[in-house]
Design a protein around this ligand. Structure first.
Ligand code: MEV
Length: 421
């Protein structure tokens, strides 16, 4: 029971002091408090500087996806995920397209969009032109706001002004289009939007409300494609099952949501491992999937001239190498080092390939044996732990569960009891 949720001044305390406060306010046991006090490999001071009211860290397994070839180079990819079958799925998909050259990737560049909302203008079409005329001044304001970005070859690129009819009245939306290079760029473009907004209000006589980036980063698309030979995937029937699964997702939003969730299993795991913003990428991906007016598949599947299976993905990927947790979290830096990633664009392309690989494995499993067989086999270890297995017992219980074909906690408990007798 929590005595009170009013904990004034909590933010001023150290993480350890906060834990003491927490133990007073809740029924947490001493062992739970000690568990939280162990921050693992994220040092307490770093964690404390990242977010408010830190009391611990939430460790998620970090695994390595093997077998990937991207643009002709072998690459090992760290993935942070709590879902048991996600990393294995990428390893399998990547192994099955090694003989056809792995993944080929590209990107549309690293342009981010910031939006400035202008209201209360009597003539929106007129205001639109008033803003467009100021391109050079807007460029100057933006570039003065972030000279560091300019020094690294980025900065303001263009504007786009749209008039939107809302229920109350029309509004004029200015998009600042900014090349953020190796930064994810949220802070850079948000600052630019805030700097430009008062001028827009002054030029047009209107009022500016929102000044914020758009997570629909459709000028920062990453692309990946690959071919899987019929021999590798197990023949034409498997290929046709995958194609039919894709068609299903492309015409049905209920299925597309699950299909794209599977893609994001891979995408978000690399985004998280590299300390990037999973929510930004997820919001962008789903909005992009709905760009036609219907929510559809983020991937496309087809057949090449030899009857092999081809797959491709195009997805907005606003990720960076500098700033945020990517810089401050040591595990994120090591993840980038493992992949030998040099630019944000290269990271985005790598993530797109992982998303495609993830989708291949999910569709292949769904179109053949079903997802549960492989998933539950990998989940067996979790079940063994849930039943109380420790150390070597985990593997033994898990393999007996798989052998019996029944991955259940009650059975795991029975196996464990007989193992211990
Ligand atoms: C589970 O996390 C992901 C899948 O549901 C994806 C899909 O259905 O394509 C298996």
């Amino acid at each position: 029971m929590t005595t009170t949720s009013r904990l004034p001044g909590l933010h001023k305390l150290s993480p350890l002091e906060r834990l003491h406060k927490l133990s007073e306010a809740t029924a947490l046991s001493q062992s739970s408090i000690e568990h939280l006090a162990n921050m693992g490999n994220l040092n307490t001071a770093t964690a404390d500087s990242m977010v408010e009211n830190v009391i611990g860290t939430m460790n998620i397994p970090l695994g390595i996806a093997t077998n990937m070839i991207i643009d002709g180079l072998d690459i090992l990819i760290p993935m942070a995920t709590e879902e048991s079958s996600v990393i294995a799925a990428v390893c399998n998909a990547a192994r099955q397209c090694r003989n056809t050259g792995g993944f080929t990737t590209a990107s549309s560049g690293s342009l981010m969009i910031a939006q400035i909302q202008l209201v209360d203008v009597p003539n929106p079409a007129f205001a639109r032109l008033q803003i467009l005329e100021r391109l050079n001044e807007i460029k100057m304001i933006c570039d003065e706001t972030d000279p560091v970005l300019l020094k690294h070859g980025g900065g303001f690129r263009d504007i786009e002004v749209r008039t939107l009819a809302s229920r109350a009245s029309s509004m004029v939306i200015t998009h600042l289009i900014v090349d953020t290079r190796d930064a994810m760029g949220a802070n850079a473009v948000n600052s630019m939007a805030e700097a430009v907004a008062p001028y827009i209000a002054q030029w047009t006589g209107g009022r500016c409300y929102l000044r914020i980036l758009s997570n629909l980063a459709d000028r920062r698309l990453a692309r990946a494609r690959a071919t899987w030979s019929l021999e590798e995937i197990g023949g034409a029937e498997v290929r046709d099952g995958i194609l039919s699964a894709f068609e299903f997702a492309d015409i049905d939003p209920y299925r597309a949501a699950t299909h794209n969730k599977g893609i994001m299993n891979g995408v978000s795991a690399v985004v998280l491992a590299t300390g990037n913003d999973t929510r930004a990428v997820e919001a962008g991906a789903h909005a992009y999937a709905a760009r036609s007016g219907q929510y559809r598949s983020l991937t496309q599947w087809g057949i090449d001239g030899d009857g092999n299976l081809t797959g491709s993905i195009e997805i907005p990927l606003a990720v960076g190498l500098i700033g945020g947790a990517t810089r401050s979290h040591p595990t994120a830096s090591i993840a980038l080092e493992i992949m030998n990633i040099q630019t944000a664009e290269q990271l985005a392309r790598t993530i797109a390939a992982v998303g495609l690989a993830q989708n291949f494995s999910a569709l292949k499993a769904l179109a053949t044996t079903g997802i549960q067989k492989g998933h539950m086999a990998l989940h067996a270890k979790n079940i063994a732990v849930m039943a109380g297995a420790l150390g070597d017992e985990i593997e033994t219980v898990a393999s007996q569960l798989v052998a019996q074909g029944k991955i259940r906690v009650d059975i795991a408990e029975e196996i464990l009891t007989s193992l211990r007798q």
